[in-house]
Design a protein around this ligand. Sequence first.
Ligand SMILES: Cc1ncc(COP(=O)(O)O)c(C=O)c1O
Length: 369
Amino acid sequence: MQFIDLKTQYQLHRAEIDGRMARVLEHGQFIMGPEIEELERALASYVGVKHAITVASGTDSLEIALRALGIGPGDEVVTVPFTWISSCEVIGLVGATPVFVDIDPVTYNLDVAQLERAITPRTKAIMPVSLFGQMPDYEAINRIAAGRGITVIEDAAQSFGATQRGRKSCAVTKIASTSFFPAKPLGCYGDGGALFTDDDTLNEKMRAIRTHGGIKRHHHPLLGMNGRLDTLQAAILLAKFPHFPGEVSARERIGARYTELLRGSCGVPEVANENTHVYAQYTIRVGNRDQLGVKLKEEGIPSAVYYPKCLHEQPVFAPLDYKWGDFPASERASREVISLPMHPYLTKAEQDKVVAAVNKHAQPTDQAP
Ligand SMILES: Cc1ncc(COP(=O)(O)O)c(C=O)c1O
């Protein structure tokens, strides 16, 4: 059993993927070839925004967004301490200060009730993460940011394909960023990412920053980076993209079935805010996380922990002067969560095996989340 099965997906769509890659090898435009624009049009249309800008990774895309907003030293950016390092790393890379808000223990997303308290006159952006595949309440977050000169950036690395109140992830904030890392809901065969916005000025700036600070060759009005997506990766994404809506439906179905069969023996993911969930990770909460991981492994079931440490526990963020106890919901989640095999091609038999093993070995947490 695979934790995320990329091989089955490749076997199913091999002819299209190989064909698309072969065309790139033949035309030879490996950097900014025609597939880049074709993919950007397809992504923008799927999400329902004016502009999609492909980039080299989800990390680069977050950094480009912050740079396009002119965020730097002296500015604060609000995010969560229970996420992948990139969400916070990029704030430090542009010289700004990360400010953490704890998560809601049920959805693992930013606790909107605690957001207002974290905002100061130096807050320039709020960068919530749509963790594990569902979105925090962006209507509420946008409302808090509105009129204060604060931009909301959705870190949608894990939620591409999800919706909230009928609107797609990446379409509900001023800027959104996603990742095409192979294991993500829409993944390429290397690193990749994309930015989304309806704003023409930000679109131009982000495009320029992606390509060394300028759109015209040998003209560099901004400080930029080499942040382009490879044409080959765009070709792979174009081949996979027609199958993505079907994969999203499969993810929803498989996630809902896990929840139905596991509820009662462990903490299951709850879908909130009129969301649909793409289950980039199917994450449960138990009282014996490490022991459960060992038991699953003994039965041939892979599992993973996202994330075993909060960001305020990471040595690199020690200068922020947070301490253990500052973010109890995040801290508790980091000690209790474990993610189960999850991908659109997980069979019922495989899922039944996982469910039986979890129901047998999981111990409840000592308190409700
Ligand atoms: C929440 C979150 N933000 C950002 C990223 C960064 O994406 P990438 O790996 O494409 O740089 C990831 C990827 O793991 C992520 O999960």
